[in-house]
Design a protein around this ligand. Structure first.
Ligand code: ADP
Length: 161
């Protein structure tokens, strides 16, 4: 059985992340979308909100699961029975960061956890959670970047400002 852990902040999940999850759900038996908690990072959505949105989006997918942790992603990968971490690549700058991360993760897991990278399809390459948050601040249409469930939550927040 092939299982992968896809860690990230997912604050919020975008069509870029979803494109990677879509590809992975066809390539691997089980995909664990892992929300990694970083207490030093100010997030737009709480952990619970992020978990609920991703669960709702993938409720029809039998092989996509949502997990979360504040420990190392390699430890969570082992706990979930995953021998690999999945990351998504957009640009050359992503590549440089992902290479170091992959090496560190291999080292701290005593050579056990490998990293697999997938490229998002052309239409999704430029989307990031931070760009989506900027577009949201401008009060512009979010429908090309996030699932309607996420869009609804973001618009609800605008109304509270
Ligand atoms: P992090 O905070 O660890 O960067 P993110 O939630 O931003 O986590 O992203 C998780 C993973 O998804 C990272 O590997 C990131 O490069 C990848 N990713 C995010 N957006 C895209 C995209 N549009 N195309 C491909 N990969 C993406």
């Amino acid at each position: 059985m092939t299982k992968v852990l896809y860690p990230g902040s997912f604050d919020p999940i975008t069509y870029g992340h979803m494109n990677i999850i879509e590809q992975a759900s066809k390539l691997f038996d089980e995909v664990y979308v892992a929300i990694m908690i970083n207490p030093n990072k100010i997030s737009m959505f709480t952990l619970e909100e992020r978990v609920n949105m991703i669960k709702e989006i993938y409720k029809q997918y039998d092989n996509v699961h949502v997990v979360y942790s504040s420990s190392a992603s390699v430890d969570l990968a082992s706990e979930c029975g995953c021998s690999a971490i999945l990351r998504g690549l957009r640009s050359l700058s992503d590549y440089e960061y992902e290479v170091s991360l992959a090496q560190v993760n291999k080292q701290i897991s005593n050579g056990i956890i490998n990293t697999i990278c997938l490229f998002s399809d052309a239409n999704y390459q430029f989307i990031s959670s931070s760009i989506v948050k900027e577009i949201d601040k401008l009060g512009k249409d979010l429908s090309a970047y996030v699932h309607p469930i996420v869009e609804e939550q973001m618009i609800l927040r605008r109304a509270k400002w």
